[in-house]
Design a protein around this ligand. Structure first.
Ligand code: ZN
Length: 172
């Protein structure tokens, strides 16, 4: 899927986490921001992707090592990455690290879930096997992707507002 569907879904997941996690304004912003970022990170293995074009050097290094939709689309690798980021940021602030890591993971998993809906599939069990799994065979850039993008945007607006008002209310 393309970055628009991924980022919209990432933001939606972040705002849903913020709402049901009863997050404060700062916590919610962290969740939504890191989920948005996380939703784009797996495609760093693809130089032509939105994030690959913005982080060219990183993309070159990662892309050299793995094939597209390889390791960066594996749940285990995303957990290790989130744990690593958590450890790094926790040295400075454990609270920020926790919300950031949860958001990153939510975003990266939403990316994997969306790619699992397309023909290419994702290596769910990497590094046990490189076999790619899929739950549907939608075409990237097709009408279904547009629908996913639209629904995710609505969810983001809806839950984003709910989470925002919930956070504001907690001040009174
Ligand atoms: Zn992808």
């Amino acid at each position: 899927m393309k970055y628009k569907a991924h980022s919209a879904t990432g933001f939606a997941v972040g705002s849903i986490l913020a709402y049901y996690g009863d997050a404060s304004f700062v916590e919610g912003t962290l969740l939504v921001g890191s989920a948005g970022l996380g939703s784009l990170l797996p495609d760093i293995d693809h130089r032509g992707s939105w994030i690959g074009r913005r982080l060219k050097v990183v993309s070159k290094i990662v892309g050299f090592r793995t094939s597209h939709r390889g390791a960066t689309h594996a749940p285990l690798v995303t957990i290790l990455f989130a744990a690593f980021m958590y450890g790094l940021v926790a040295l400075w602030s454990p609270a920020v690290a926790l919300y950031g890591a949860v958001g990153l993971l939510g975003g990266m998993w939403s990316h994997i879930a969306l790619d699992a809906l397309t023909k290419g599939g994702v290596p769910l069990l990497f590094p046990l096997t490189k076999k790619k799994f899929r739950i549907a065979s939608f075409r990237t850039g097709g009408a279904i992707e547009k629908w996913i993008e639209a629904i995710a945007t609505l969810l983001f607006i809806g839950y984003g507002s709910l989470a925002f008002f919930q956070a504001v209310q907690s001040y009174f």
